[in-house]
Design a protein. Structure first.
Length: 230
């Protein structure tokens, strides 16, 4: 069982109210709705499931596991390698902005509220190299420093990732709040399965195959009317 204090900390870090600006990103869903690719709650659930299993959700799960392991074992070389991979594995300029901006905001906020000399040193090294860490990498590093179990921390991260996309869909399609919650409930076993798969998947399988999600993100860059930054 996860320690109660650790659970509360993870809930705070991955809450919609945590100041990383997650509500400003749709991960290409804004254009998908505009193009008629997502029309209702069922379409939203299927789209997010695809992102979790084949797109950025899959990549983030692998990066999260590798980062947590590197920090937990104090393997600086492995951590630097993961940070480099995370900096490259984005399908579009907007999803790169989404991940890096949230990652830096997350790391800055955690350091300001829950001081940790190790995180301060890592942040300084990243700044010197002009690197903004991916959101999954920043959260995983903080979770490992906290002592949060990998399986639970990863599942909570993926749930928060999915819930943020649902929130975008609620505003864009639009969906009612109850329908939004139905989608989140439908995605619960998907999140558990995605987390479990990442824990057993070899690092060599790192990558994605969600071409439509990448395409909608690229099209969003020139979309005429936009509410979201991605």
């Amino acid at each position: 069982m996860i320690d109660g204090a650790i659970l509360l900390r993870l809930m705070a870090w991955l809450s919609p109210s945590f100041p990383i600006g997650g509500y400003t990103y749709s991960h290409g869903i804004e254009y998908a709705v505009e193009a008629g690719l997502i029309k209702n709650a069922d379409g939203m659930a299927v789209w997010i499931e695809g992102v979790l299993f084949f797109g950025a959700g899959r990549i983030d799960a692998d990066l999260f596991r590798a980062t947590w392991t590197a920090v937990d074992t104090d393997d600086g070389a492995a951590l630097a390698d993961v940070v480099e991979w995370a900096d490259a594995l984005r399908g579009s300029a907007e999803t790169a902005l989404e991940s890096r901006s949230q990652g830096l905001a997350f790391l800055d906020t955690v350091r300001a509220v829950w001081p940790d000399p190790w995180l301060d040193g890592w942040a300084a090294a990243l700044a010197e190299a002009a690197i903004r860490p991916a959101h999954a990498v920043a959260v995983a590093a903080a979770a490992a420093r906290l002592g949060a179990p990998l399986r639970e921390a990863l599942a909570v991260y993926l749930h928060a990732f999915a819930a943020n996309l649902v929130s975008a869909g609620v505003r864009l399609i639009p969906l009612g709040q109850t329908d939004g919650q139905r989608v989140i409930a439908r995605l619960e076993p998907v999140v558990v399965e995605a987390a479990s798969a990442a824990l057993s998947r070899p690092w060599e399988d790192l990558g994605s195959a969600a071409a439509m999600a990448d395409w909608t993100s690229m099209k969003h860059e020139t979309q005429y009317t936009r509410l979201f930054r991605s």
